[in-house]
Design a binder for this molecule. Sequence first.
Ligand code: PLP
Length: 398
Amino acid sequence: MSQQNGVPQNDGFLPYPKGFATNAIHHSQEPEQWDSMAVVTPIVTATTYKQFGPANFKKYEYSRSGNPTREVLENVLAKLDNGKYGLTFSSGLGATTALFSMLSSGDHIISGSDIYGGTNRLFNKVATRFGIEITLVDFTDLETFKKSIKSNTKLVWFETPTNPTMQVFDLKAVAEIAKSHNLIVVVDNTFLTSYLLRPLDFGADIVCYSLTKYMNGHSDVVMGALVTSNSDLFEKLKFLQNSMGIVPSPFDCYQVNRGLKTLALRMEKHKENALVVAKYLENHPKVEKVLHPGLPSHPQYELFKKQTSGHSGTFSFYLKGNIESSKKFLQTLKIFTLAESLGGYESLAELPSVMTHASVPPEQRAVLGISDTLIRLSVGLEDVEDLIVDLENAFSSV
Ligand SMILES: *Cc1c(COP(=O)(O)O)cnc(C)c1O
């Protein structure tokens, strides 16, 4: 990364968001708001709050409906996404549960076909039981997307880049089509975070997060969030957050707020390390193909540059061989931990076909290219030369 007048330049990608790190550290966290003038947001564990008179309370009444520690986090999250309102949930899937609960029986969701396995399961095994119809679509094909819109379609849901095959969608184009049919557009931005992509700027209505991943970044909290600038959607979702009881704990909110302080720094390093690893893999004789949208070899590299400030540490590659080669490779790795999840400071590796995406039906996995040799990496913050040595050692074992 080069510098110009102290401002980092971002070769061909969108510039980094102005004031991002300052906002992550200071927005909504003025010490003056606390009687103690505490510089660090206090963890308020109280479940209930004293009232001046019956139904006459200062700001909070009960911690499911509102909590000071949680509110600070929700405000920062909104700010970082150029949004007006933030809401946090007990997990990323908890946030998605609130989303589909805005709909009613008979409504229709158009979802990206290549999405987080748990979201796929939630839509197809839970939402459908409440009479919600789901259609899976490849959003690189805008004509098919248009044709799949029906009179009962209410919501469009997708991830970009997709998980685990790293397809990139044209955010503006999808949002424009959706808008012309009055559909709510939701983007799951877990893979890139608000540091690298701000979907509301491209016309999305709601940004969804598993904060469990990069946003918290330390693999020690499970939490989700939604950010929007639409006050109607916010009111509906806030009502559901409280009514359905899908709220996070104040301690966890403190942890995520702390994690956000280093988000800009961490994402820079994830991005840098992952690019080094991806280029190494691209030149490796035992690698079939690398799927990383920050590489010029990616089919949607040019589009990706226009809508993001770069890619994070998570990407996939095809190993030459079969399921046995994949198993041997993954079991030989020492610094990369064989585990599900992504976005923490530590490097992880996994086999989506039998791990994160095992709940996706086999026929659908075949269409998407989630084969037994597709390996997903979450490149962490270790010294990258150690990561390369670790990978080289694993390659020698297969
Ligand atoms: C992990 C993940 C989720 C689910 O989040 P949880 O916090 O585990 O409930 C949703 N979307 C993406 C892209 C994820 O990686």
